[in-house]
Design a protein around this ligand. Structure first.
Ligand SMILES: *Cc1c(COP(=O)(O)O)cnc(C)c1O
Length: 336
């Protein structure tokens, strides 16, 4: 896997720390004190505008935008999109104009949701925000905006939702390399990687990287919105396309792509009790902030699976913290 062939900007603070969660592991162990050891890969600490997983993708996407001589970037997401916020920050750093199209996926109009958290930061970074109703064809909306801006003489670069295409997924192939190097250095045998999966780029890039490096480490994506079959098909397609983009043989098999979509609750961005418990547990046992939409639900899934004995007692599980804690400020009533 030769990632150095692809243009990349340094936007993230890397490598992100890999730390044990000893108090959480002990809390979840059985009465005999036996249970898996949980570790955390701190991609919430990538540094750009409070960090998160989209920064790794943006290192490759923004490099591609500059290679194409763009002066403007366009992307889309839910109102409280972490991807939109990190894109706005990256654009600010590079002196590009940033247009964000935000879809009202949760139907919430209260000030905390509509104006605080990520939306406040989007505004601070100087992004131009356009709102769209739930169910809008967001890729088509972005293309229409790009056409309008081109007619005005701008040079827009369109980034898909979540930064999830073969270019963005390179960021997580690179993260696979980083994680394996850290594990080798510290003598850590990683048995599982678990993380929140949404627009598929994180899981697809990780799977492509871990398969390309022949690691044998299984990845479990915990879904936050779509049904399992849809989620797994999206990840598999993008993982395979990413292998092709990397110039590697198609070694990704359907068995490499596993999503568990049992922890979504009523839908994307709608709080669950498990999420609130997970957010509180990590805050109180480890001093770590999760987020209500992604990492909180993913950790709720991990906690439940550990309690059900899904993982062998001596196994090492790495939870990839994908960031998003500024989203906590959009959910005061669910968490207070
Ligand atoms: C976007 C996001 C995810 C999901 O990553 P995808 O690459 O879209 O699957 C997980 N956690 C957080 C905090 C995110 O913002």
């Amino acid at each position: 896997m030769n990632l150095a062939r692809f243009p990349r900007l340094r936007l993230a603070h890397l490598p992100t720390p890999l730390e044990p969660l000893d108090r959480l592991s002990r809390h979840l162990a059985g009465p005999d004190g036996k249970g898996p050891r949980i570790w955390i890969k701190r991609d919430d600490c990538t540094g750009l505008s409070t960090g998160g997983n989209k920064t790794r993708k943006l290192e490759y996407l923004m490099a591609d935008a500059l290679a194409q001589d763009a002066d403007t970037v366009i992307t889309q997401g839910a109102t409280q999109s972490n991807h939109a916020r990190q894109t706005a920050a990256a654009a600010a750093r590079l002196g590009l104009t940033c247009h964000l199209l935000l879809e009202d996926r949760t139907g919430r109009r209260d000030d905390a949701y509509a104006k605080s958290g990520n939306v406040l930061l989007d505004t601070l970074h100087g992004a131009v925000i356009g709102q769209r109703p739930a169910g809008a064809d967001m890729p088509a909306e972005m293309e229409a905006l790009a056409a309008r801006l081109k007619a005005e003489g701008r040079r827009p670069y369109v980034i898909p939702g979540g930064g999830s295409n073969t270019v963005g997924a390179l960021g997580y192939a690179n993260a696979a390399l980083e994680l394996l190097a850290q594990a080798a250095e510290s003598g850590l045998r990683i048995d599982h990687v678990v993380h929140a999966t949404g627009s598929a780029g994180t899981q697809a890039g990780l799977v492509a990287g871990l398969v390309a490096l022949n690691s044998g480490i299984p990845v479990l994506g915990i879904g936050v919105g779509q049904p399992r079959a849809v989620m797994e098909a999206k990840v598999l397609d993008l993982a395979r396309a990413t292998m092709a983009h990397l110039g590697l043989p198609d070694l990704v098999r359907p068995g490499h792509v596993v999503a568990n979509c049992d922890y979504i609750g009523q839908g994307y961005g709608i709080p669950t009790e498990g999420m609130a418990e997970a957010v509180r547990l990590l805050a109180q046992l480890e001093g770590i902030l999760l987020d209500p939409v992604y990492s909180g639900k993913a950790m709720a899934g991990l906690i439940d699976l550990v309690r059900r004995g899904h993982f062998a007692p001596e196994s090492n599980i790495v939870f990839l913290h994908t960031g998003g804690s500024v989203g906590l400020f959009a959910y005061p009533e669910a968490l207070a």
